[in-house]
Design a protein around this ligand. Sequence first.
Ligand code: PEP
Ligand code: MN
Length: 341
Amino acid sequence: MMIVMKEGATEEQVDHVVQRIEEVGCSAHLSQGDLLTVIGAIGDRDRVASLGLEGAPGVDHLVPILKPYKLASAQFRKGERSVVEVDGRRVGGDHFGLIAGPCTVEGREQTLDVARTVADAGATMLRGGAYKPRTSPYSFQGLGVEGLRLLAEAKEQTGLPIVTELMDARDIPDVIEVADVIQIGARSMQNYTLLSEAGRTGKAVLLKRGLSSTLDELLMASEYVLKEGNPNVLLCERGIRTFETAYRFTLDLLAVPALRELTHLPVIVDPSHAAGRRDWVMPMSLAAAAAGADGIIVEVHNEPEEAICDGPQALPTEVFADYAEQVRRVAEVAGKQVTAV
Ligand code: PEP
Ligand code: MN
C-alpha cells in the first residue's frame, strides 16, 4: 500500500504514519519527492488497511500497489525517476552513466592504463572484476583482494568511482572498502541472501538481469536490495538466452522502454556481454542510448588480444574516446547528459 501525504505534510505527520505502520508489524519506506512524500507500507495489506490511515493527519490518499514488486514499482515514486548518485556522479533522470573498464583486473599496468583512458574520455565510473563468475572452475577466477587493491589505486589516480562484482557475502568487508557500486552479476541475480546482504552494505548496487530471467524476476530481485532501505539500484540488461546462436546473447533492448514503464529505477545496458564481439558493441550502444537507457556498462582493454577474459568483446583503448563521443551524442539526442563530474 502507498500512503500519499498531502503537499506540505509535516515531519510529525509523516512520523506518525510510519509509526502506525510499524506497530502492525509492517515496514515503512519513505520516498521524498520535490513536492510530495509517499510512504510505502510493505507487509500484510489487510493490516495496513485496518489502520484507517485515510483519515490520519497529513494523509492525502492511499493507493494499493498492484505489482508483486512494491518499492521498485513506478507507482511507488508516482512517475518520478530515481537518480543514483555516487561521488557526485549521477545515473538516471537526465544523467547518462558511461561505465567502462576491463572485464577483469589482470595487473597494474592494464588496470591503470584502461582507467586513465576511460577517465580522459569522460567516463562516469570504472568497471573491473576482482572476483569473476566463470563457467569453468579451471578458468582464471580473478585476482581477489589484490585486484581490489589495484582498483583502489586506479580510483586514487583518476577519481573514477569503482564498480566491481560481489559473488560471495564473505567478501563484503574487502569489497566495500573499494567498491562504490557493487555489481551483482547475471548468474547471481537470484541469489537472494546475497542481494539482501549487498543491500545492507548501503553501497549502490548494479543488478544484472539473469541469463534467463524475466523483467518481473529482475524487479523482484531488486526488491531484495530496496527492502533493506537501500534505494540506490541500477538495473542492467546484458542479453538473455534465446534460440539464436549467432551472437553470445540476445540483447533485449525492449527491456529499456518496458522497464522504464514498470520501474523508477535507472536502466542501463551492457552491450559487451550480449554481442561477444567488439564490432557489434558500438551499434548496440548507440541503439541502447537511443532507446532511452540511463547508461551503458562496456568492456575496454589495453591489449584485447592478450586479455584473460572476454577479450573478443573488449573495445581497445585506442578507440574509446571516439566511442564515448558517439555514445554521448546519441544520449544527448535522447535528452541526457553524460556525467563525468
Ligand atoms: C561482467 O560484467 O564481466 C560479467 C561477468 O557480466 P554478467 O554477469 O552479465 O555475465
Ligand atoms: Mn566480462
